[in-house]
Design a protein around this ligand. Sequence first.
Ligand SMILES: NC(=O)c1ccc[n+]([C@@H]2O[C@H](COP(=O)([O-])OP(=O)(O)OC[C@H]3O[C@@H](n4cnc5c(N)ncnc54)[C@H](OP(=O)(O)O)[C@@H]3O)[C@@H](O)[C@H]2O)c1
Length: 349
Amino acid sequence: MPNDLPTTRRAWRRTDDYAPGAPRLQLVTEALPLPLHPTSVLIKVHAVSLNYRDANIANGGNPWPVTPHGVLGNDAAGEVVAVGDRVRFLAVGDRVAPIVDTANLTGREPGRSWLAADEDGVLADYLVFDEDKVSKLPDHLDWVNCSIIPCAGVTAWSALKGVPIGKTVLIQGTGGVAMMALKLARASGLRVILSSSSDEKLAKVTRQFPDPPIETVNYRTNPAWEEQVLKLTNGEGVDLMVEVGGASTIVKSMKCTRRGGIVSVVGYLSGPRSEDLIELIPLSIDRRLIIRGIDAGSRHDQEDLCAAISATQLTFDDIIDSVEPFESAEEAVEYIWQGKQIGKVVLKL
Ligand SMILES: NC(=O)c1ccc[n+]([C@@H]2O[C@H](COP(=O)([O-])OP(=O)(O)OC[C@H]3O[C@@H](n4cnc5c(N)ncnc54)[C@H](OP(=O)(O)O)[C@@H]3O)[C@@H](O)[C@H]2O)c1
């Protein structure tokens, strides 16, 4: 390894202090795990995008266990600056992103190891990963655009699988996964219905994506929103639902998905429990639904998504809410916790 490489890094670790007003994160300087393992690479990070998951973990709400005082972040893009002796597929200068579940390379591994929960995340200026756990990024995208691929991107990609051109998809909300799903659905020739709690957000997105027009539903002012979706689809329902609400929305989502359609279960924004869940089994049988859990995706999925983005020359500037300096992580996580964003918030290094 060349001598001029760093031996320490800066990383945002959780304080695990959930008292009102207490900082949720702390910027620390710590030693890098050097020398590199023979199959590992050292990555200089250029951008990290934040997800609802980061805000939830920082505030102690993750439904799965997290390691104490772990580094936050799932979504980073950077450049390989050093490689171990036995690295075969990557070279210095390659543009890469770690996968979000580092135990999911092919989709068939039985375990899981999510960044920022089971192991340290990627909100740091340097990262060390085994080369198996990263994939190359599309050449035409800048670092900010690349940084939204591993978590929001791969999740949206996995959630949309299985519906051909011309079919109808309902995308819930205007957050990161939703806006990524919107971009991928449009690029795939799907008809999009978008739901949001805010007419203002819906108006902004429909102005941004005018052709063909996006149909919209406000789930807050219209609590029976599933009926509105049925009306928009001649009483049949959508072919696929990108479900982010969880316990309080899944039954309604099932009611407005067509017989034999797919409900991609992505999020748990409404909490763990709801009375409605009593209807889940009869409804899934009656409507012959495929209820599909989404766990981001494998390295293969990330590679496939990058190939699709390269083939379509898709870019994502129009779904970036804001770009902030790395040093503003605490404020950026709080902004997401308050749900102020449309699309992605990215920290640049
Ligand atoms: N399974 C996976 O692999 C995976 C991967 C990534 C994320 N997730 C999960 O997916 C969810 C969304 O993540 P994200 O990063 O996109 O979050 P985000 O950027 O914070 O966006 C969340 C948006 O969802 C909408 N929303 C909130 N509560 C809702 C409800 N009860 N019903 C319908 N929509 C609601 C809101 O949109 P409006 O303001 O427009 O109403 C909100 O802005 C989270 O639960 C996250 O943990 C899962």
